[in-house]
Design a protein around this ligand. Structure first.
Ligand code: NIG
Ligand code: FE
Length: 412
């Protein structure tokens, strides 16, 4: 059945037909139409335009936006929302002066989450993850990437990836999955990092590949975690099963992650808090989309990625939440957009494009998601009436999302 959203105060993110992602100056173009309608059919966007040109409403389901804005759903291209329990004790340790890296060196951090995950049933893990999924959908997220990486053994990684598959199957949210066995060396392999990399390559990747559980492969390529050489080996093993890289690079130090990512045609390199200007140049010659995670910089009190510089050099930029129990326990993409404006000096239009269109691109989904374009999936949200698009990051804690639609169906 046909559906039409009427009385849209501002329809944002329209057009950009045929584009894979938005780069440089294009990122400041957030095309909007005031007093608009949006037509859908079969869960996809059929048409849109000015309210004055709205087609007849007979026999059509009408959704009255009551003057609110309509935006394409947030596309959150980097999360770890499947995890067991929480780690607020480490939050307190950080307030008392320990750094994220020091907590990890003492055997805390990711290894704490792995211990909890091993004790938890798959059912309970799914239940806890679904609470977070529900939370982010209500905040306007319509596409999400979810990583494994708290199993750190074959059984645990498969358990996480099966939970991610179940989320794919049981919600209208668009989900892509990433295998992150090389997130940390497990307790069982302490002091035997080489053997752990062998386990990832020889056992975990073939097992994940056999069940086709992952679309992408990730490595935490950073000081104190995995080296660029280990990363290259893991990415090559993943490529044999069709998993394209999306990697954690330059969070704690400029450590070669961008270079190894570009060399292996990574879809994205993410974090980049410690990136250098030379790495910006490397990205210019690639198809790899840099992704900033300003929530992590905020929560860990670390530098922010050079987002302004990357855009000024003509690069595309995506923004994602990194929702995880250690470095940023939040999936609030509106807050991410605000942080990018306030701390990275992105214009509101650039930040909104980075969190929608370019986020979709960083998941390989921009043909179908990320903008209000004819033929794309009807994933969008309706806000309270807004004075302007700039109001969204400006009102940085005001909840503005009123109704959410995924595949043209309202989420209640
Ligand atoms: O992206 N940096 C590596 N992984 C996550 C944090 C994981 C955790 O601390 O649980 C991140 O920040
Ligand atoms: Fe991460």
């Amino acid at each position: 059945m046909k559906q039409i959203v009427t009385n849209i105060g501002l329809l944002a993110g329209v057009g950009h037909e045929g584009k894979r992602c938005l780069k440089g100056k294009e990122m400041a173009q957030l095309n909007t139409i005031a007093n608009a309608y949006l037509a859908m059919e079969g869960g996809r966007i059929a048409d849109y335009g000015a309210m004055a040109a709205c087609p007849g409403l007979a026999g059509v389901e009408v959704i009255d936006a009551k003057g609110g804005a309509v935006l394409p759903s947030w596309c959150d291209s980097h999360t770890h929302i499947v995890y067991a329990g929480s780690r607020e004790q480490e939050f307190v340790d950080k307030i008392r002066g320990l750094s994220y890296a020091e907590i990890a060196q003492r055997g805390g951090g990711i290894l704490n989450s792995a211990d909890r995950l091993h004790e938890m049933s798959e059912e309970e893990l799914y239940r806890q993850a679904m609470r977070r999924v529900d939370e982010v959908i209500r905040k306007g997220t319509g596409c999400v990437e979810i990583k494994s990486g708290y199993g750190l053994n074959t059984e645990g990684e498969l358990k996480m990836l099966r939970v991610i598959r179940r989320i794919k199957e049981t919600t209208r949210l668009k989900v892509v999955s990433t295998f992150l066995g090389a997130h940390a060396v497990s307790r069982a392999y302490k002091g035997r990092q080489g053997d752990y990399v062998d386990l990832v390559v020889n056992e975990m990747i073939p097992a994940v590949g056999a069940e086709k559980l992952a679309d992408f492969i990730d490595v935490f390529c950073d000081t104190g975690f995995f080296t660029p050489e280990e990363t290259a080996r893991i990415l090559e093993a993943g490529a044999a099963y069709g998993m394209r890289p999306k990697i954690h690079a330059d969070e704690l130090a400029s450590s070669g992650g961008v270079e190894v990512g570009v060399r292996h045609d990574a879809l994205s390199v993410d974090h980049l808090e410690s990136m250098t200007e030379e790495e910006i140049e490397l990205l210019l010659d690639s198809q790899t989309i840099p992704t900033a995670l300003p929530g992590t910089s905020f929560f860990l009190n670390m530098p922010f990625a050079l987002g302004r510089k990357m855009i000024d050099r003509g690069l595309p930029l995506a923004l994602a939440s990194d929702y995880n129990p250690g470095s940023t326990p939040s999936g609030d993409m509106k807050f991410i957009v605000s942080l990018a404006c306030i701390k990275m000096r992105l214009l509101p239009a650039e930040a909104i494009n980075a969190a929608t269109f370019n986020g979709a691109c960083a998941m390989g989904l921009s043909d179908d998601y990320g903008s209000i374009t004819r033929g794309k999936v009807a994933n969008f949200f309706i806000t309270d009436p807004l004075p302007s698009m700039e109001f969204i990051p400006y009102a940085y804690t005001t909840p503005l999302v009123r109704r959410v639609f995924l595949q043209g169906v309202e989420y209640k």
